[in-house]
Write a protein that binds this ligand. Structure first.
Ligand code: SF4
Ligand code: SF4
Ligand code: SF4
Length: 317
């Protein structure tokens, strides 16, 4: 339902700034970017004040960790933006480009294997801010999760990162106890004593790391941090589960490079209006996997970014 008096052109203009029409009115919800779902008490206070001063006093939380202040009249939009800017807050998060990053609380969570807040902040800086003018075929959603519990459902995003803690198991130290404390600690039962020795099914192990330190004979003393990257997930009008790249990455730098290659690939090889899952289905996952593991896309970065592509992308929200 369109606005009452605000023109369609103005509605479109403010939508690009992160202001979504409250249907059938001349008011808008301002979408505030939280970086990764983490704001300071001062920012929280500022938003509450802004909601009372410019909106209808209601603050809502979106499923992708942004915050919306409802009921802002069209002619108060700029005042609202200036007010929240005092605390470093900005609006946005719409269009055919990298969308606000979603992160779980892996940095502080007892199960977290990676610094999810640190990684998602870096991705926000480089690809939400840094790539804000880079037009893509459709929206592109990224989520960072700290462990295979998948609280933020990374594999239902265009690109999802899942923290890993790969157990360092030394079979030679296993003495095949009658009651194996490692077997008992594995939440998905993929570690089992077979013929007097513990076997971990590597194809099924999700690298949660819960077995580390559980063996009294130090057969699994430590583990290695890793990052699994899923591509091509989506959850909406169409649903697709992302598929993991064949390599588990072992440093944040490698992950940042891989994320950049994925975005470049989608920009270059995706058709306008196509979600990344469809691009992957058309190109073939093995082809995409091979391109992400090589350096060709980064070598052609300038050319890919300068191409006139997706001038009108497929995203409608
Ligand atoms: S995905 Fe893992 S690390 Fe993240 S909040 Fe859930 S349990 Fe914690
Ligand atoms: S892994 Fe450790 S606890 Fe399990 S059977 Fe081997 S030695 Fe015993
Ligand atoms: S890392 Fe997790 S899934 Fe793998 S064997 Fe250990 S406890 Fe089981």
């Amino acid at each position: 339902m369109a606005c009452l008096t605000v023109s369609a052109a103005d509605e479109k203009r403010v939508k690009a700034l992160g202001f979504l029409s409250n249907k059938g009115t001349d008011n808008f919800s301002g979408r505030i970017i939280t970086v990764n779902g983490k704001i300071t008490a001062a920012q929280n206070k500022c938003l509450s004040e802004a909601a009372e001063l410019f909106g209808n006093g209601i603050v809502t939380f979106t499923t992708r960790l942004t915050i919306e202040v409802q009921g802002i009249p069209y002619d108060k939009i700029e005042d609202f933006r200036a007010y929240i800017a005092k605390e470093g807050l900005v609006t946005g998060g719409t269009g055919s480009k990298v969308r606000p990053i979603v992160s779980c609380k892996g940095t502080t969570c007892q199960y977290g294997s990676i610094d999810t807040f640190g990684l998602s902040e870096e991705i926000h800086e480089k690809f939400f801010n840094g790539y804000s003018d880079v037009k893509l075929p459709h929206k592109f959603k990224i989520a960072v999760g700290g462990c295979p519990n998948n609280c933020v459902k990374p594999d239902l995003n265009d690109l999802g990162i899942v923290g890993q803690m790969i157990p360092n198991y030394d079979e030679d130290l296993c003495s095949g106890c009658k009651k194996c404390s490692v077997e008992n600690s594995c939440p998905i039962n993929v570690a089992n004593v077979v013929d007097g020795v513990l076997k971990i099914d590597k194809d099924k192990c999700n690298n949660c790391g819960r077995c580390i330190g559980k063996c009294h004979f130090d057969a699994i003393e430590d583990g290695k941090v890793g990052y699994k990257i899923y591509l091509g997930g989506m959850w909406g009008k169409r649903v697709a589960h992302g598929k993991a790249l064949s390599k588990i990455f072992t440093s944040q730098e490698e992950v940042m490079e891989a994320v950049e290659k994925v975005i470049l690939l989608y920009r270059e090889q995706g058709k306008t209006g196509e979600r990344f899952a469809q691009t992957i289905a058309r190109l073939g996952f093995d082809n995409v996997d091979a391109q992400i593991l090589s350096n060709d896309l980064l070598d052609r970065k300038k050319e890919i970014l300068e191409a006139q592509l997706h001038l009108e992308g497929g995203a409608t929200c």
